[in-house]
Every structure is written in C-alpha cells, then in structure tokens.
Design a protein around this ligand. Structure first.
Ligand code: SF4
Length: 456
C-alpha cells in the first residue's frame, strides 16, 4: 500500500467521525446548497446552458494550440509579455526573476488555485518576499498556517467561532467578534498593503483568446485592487483556462457563479487586456502572463480523459460528493480535492501514489450530474481505476483476489460449489478491507437457486 493511501485511510477515518467537523461542514454546505438551488432555478433551460458551456470549453480545448497562440498574439500587442512554463520550476523561476530584476519585496495576491498548485508563497518566502493573500477566505487560512480546504471556499471547515478565536489569538481582536467586525478589520488592514505592494499576482478564471484578455470574477474586489495599485501585475494561469471569444463570457461568468457560490453573477467581473497605456490613470506599468502546462499536455494527449481540461473550477462536484462531505478537503493531500481532484491528481502527482483517490468513490454519479460543463467525472474515475489495475498498482493481494473473484463469480455453478460456511469465511477478508465500521451480511447455507430447486 502506498504511503499516501495509508495516510488517506487513516485521515478519512478520523475526519468522518469528527462530530465538530461534520457539524461545520453540514452548516456551511447547507447554505451553499440553498443558494445554488435558487441560482440554477433562474435558468429557464439549465441543461441547454450547460450543454452550451460544455461546447464552448470543448471548442477551446480541441483548438488549444491555436487559441493559446491567438491569446499570446493579442495580449502582447497590447503591451503584456507572455512566459510559457512547462512545469512548476519554470513558473517559479520566472516569478523570482521578475521579483529580483525589479527589486520587488512585497506581493498582494488574489485567490488562485494555480498558484497553490506550484506552492508560490513558500517559494517567494525563500527569496525574502512577503506574499499576502487578499481574498478573505485565503487570508484566514494563511493566517492559520493552512492550505485551502476547498477550491472555491478555502475556509469552509471553519465556523465563525473558529475564525473569531483565530483573530483574537493573532491580533488580539475582541473575543467572539461578529463576522462584519472582522471583515471591516481585515479591509482596513489590507488597504494599506494594496497601496504599498510592489507586485500584484492573480490567476485567471478565463483567458480570452480573441481579445487577449484575462477574465477575473470575484466578490470582494481584492483581485481588482491587486491589479490596480502595484506597479507590476503577474498572472499565473493553467493553459486550460482558455476560451475562444469575449462573448463566451456572457454564459461562462454567470454559470460559474451559479455553480460556485449560488449567485446570479459574481460582484466584480473584470477583463484585463494589458498594462496601463499612456494617459491612463491606473493599472500596472508591466504585465506578465505565465501560462502553466504542468502535465496538462499529458492530459490533453489522453484520448479517454482530455475532457477534464474543460473544468472551470466551480467546486460544485466537491460539494455534491458524499465522500468529500464526509472526509473533507485536507484528507486528499492534494491541491485539487473532491471528484475533479481525484481525477487529475494522479496526473499531476503520480498514478502509482494517488490512484486510491479514484477508489474513494461510490460511483453515485452526482458529480457528473452537477458539473456545469458536463464532464463525466464518475466515468473518469473508473478510467483511473482501470489504468491503475493495468499498470499493476493494485498490489499482489488485491490483484490475485480480484482474479479469484472474477473466476468464482463468472459462473453460478462455481459459486454453488461452496457452502455458506466457506463463503462466510471468504467474506471475512472483505470485512477487513472495508474497515471495522462495515458489516458484511451473513450468507445463507445454500444459494437462492439451490433452495428453489430443492423446495421444488
Ligand atoms: S469538474 Fe465540473 S463541477 Fe467539478 S469543479 Fe470542474 S467544472 Fe466544477
């Protein structure tokens, strides 16, 4: 068993029975469920909207090469520069180079899972750069010394009491402060950071090919502030974030908001097509877009799974997943958790080490049902399982056990050779594999078909 699988089993058992964690997630998820329910009901034909969103992303991905080149051509014509990063090292090297060349020491950062993927803050700390998260949820997890728990709502695992306690501990704010008080407190603190930071770093919700634009969608205005004040704006985005046309945002922005946070549309929606031009009063003097591959090309080349590149990181599949709701975000030990994380993490971090994530699934299909771009997620998880077996990662006992299972269950007469006692002895192995909480029912002495025949 891989070290990662062992850890996953241990952590999931611990978290699933943690009643406080369960209560917090249940409360926060219930708010999300109610908001999304209202948001999707606003669509007169939700399925058609999802089919269109899926089509747009399919067009974007199948013409990935041309769309990316068009994006590069258009944004560079407007004064930005583009860096192609094959992997984490190249992306980090590019950011460090910009920081050093411009003698920059402070960064304000808006929420971006791509920067989490490359552990940007840790790498910036190595060269003495302070990188401050400015999205409230990200700010809270950074303060707690944690990673985001969820790709859209980073501190979903914390109750308002947990957050208030954290602020009291770190900043001596009054005990049991109301969320409004703490929000205003953070706003005040961040304003000073925005106006003095050397560099603003953002991700991109979409890269728009036909205008060479970075589309950002957010609720706090912190991404906009991170772009407006600092002298330099760095964008770090995965290559799959591309969409062909600006007019596609008319569907993509609202469908992302509806599935991500249950809003009709997010509060601030910004399209940035380059640095400040002559005569303009705000915006950065320099803009650099780092396009990150980091094994996305491998996914692209995979005929069975390239479709997962359509993902718009709305987080809906995480919230719908009964496994995620029970074991929580940290148990996955990966930047991307939940169903989408279980599909792509083996690509990013190794199928041998992370194929167990695809087995942590009841194949209920709820993730596929809720996905706004119609990615057949549960099917993708089955493909991962298949590939893991083909690659021989199941382990000796599992592989031999499955062979025996296939042999015995493929013919009724073979099964009937064993009596109830023998079958129950074999079933004990299953109990061990499924964990102490699971009870396997006792099998009858004779199979139903045997009983039927003898009763005749
Ligand atoms: S796979 Fe679909 S539901 Fe899951 S995060 Fe991506 S777009 Fe959202």
């Amino acid at each position: 068993m891989s070290e990662q699988k062992e850890l996953f089993l241990k952590e999931s058992e611990k978290i699933a029975f943690d009643l406080k964690h369960r209560a917090t997630i249940k409360f926060n998820m219930s708010k999300y469920d109610a908001a999304v329910d209202r948001a999707v009901k606003r669509y007169s034909n939700l399925d058609l909207a999802k089919a269109r969103a899926s089509y747009i992303k399919t067009l974007a991905i199948t013409n990935l090469h041309d769309n990316l080149l068009q994006f590069e051509k258009n944004i560079t014509a407007n004064g930005a520069s583009v860096v192609w990063a094959e992997n984490t090292d190249q992306a980090i090297e590019a950011v460090k180079k910009i920081m050093i060349e411009n003698n920059s020491k402070t960064v304000v950062k808006s929420k971006s899972m791509t920067t989490e993927e490359i552990d940007l803050n840790d790498h910036l700390a190595e060269i003495g750069v302070e990188s401050l998260e400015t999205d409230l949820g990200e700010y809270i997890v950074q303060l707690a010394g944690e990673k985001p728990y969820h790709i859209v709502t980073p501190c979903m695992h914390k109750s308002r009491q947990d957050i208030s306690r954290l602020f009291t501990e770190k900043f001596n704010t009054p005990e049991d402060s109301a969320p409004e008080y703490l929000t205003a407190w953070v706003r005040e603190k961040l304003r000073a950071k925005f106006t003095t930071a050397d560099v603003g770093i953002t991700g991109a919700n979409f890269l728009v090919a036909d205008v060479g634009g970075i589309a950002l969608t957010e609720n706090e205005g912190n991404a906009l502030m991170s772009v407006s004040f600092p002298r330099i704006h760095i964008v770090i985005a995965g290559i799959e974030k591309i969409i062909p046309r600006m007019q596609d945002l008319g569907l993509m922005w609202p469908i992302l908001a509806a599935h991500g946070t249950g809003q009709q549309i997010s509060v601030y929606n910004t399209l940035i097509t380059g640095p400040k031009k002559e005569g303009e009063s705000d915006g950065p003097e320099k803009m650099i877009v780092i396009l990150l591959d980091n094994k996305r090309s491998e996914l692209y080349a995979n005929d069975d799974q390239f479709e997962v590149l359509k993902c718009i990181r709305c987080g809906a599949c995480l919230n719908a997943c009964p496994i995620y709701r029970n074991v929580g975000g940290y148990t996955y030990d990966a930047t991307y958790s939940g169903p989408i994380g279980s599909v792509i993490t083996p690509f990013f971090k190794g199928l041998k080490e992370y194929n167990h994530l695809s087995s942590a699934c009841s194949v209920c299909g709820k993730c596929t049902e809720v996905c706004p771009v119609k990615i057949p997620l549960h099917h993708m998880l089955l493909i991962n399982r298949r590939d893991a077996v083909r690659a021989g990662y199941g382990g000796f006992t599992w592989n031999k056990g499955m062979k025996a299972f296939e042999y015995a269950f493929s013919k009724r007469s073979r099964l009937d050779l064993m009596g109830g006692k023998t079958k129950n002895t074999f079933a004990l192995f299953g109990t061990k594999a499924l964990g102490e909480q699971k009870q396997i029912p006792k099998l009858a002495d004779q199979s139903f078909s045997k009983q039927w025949t003898s009763n005749k």
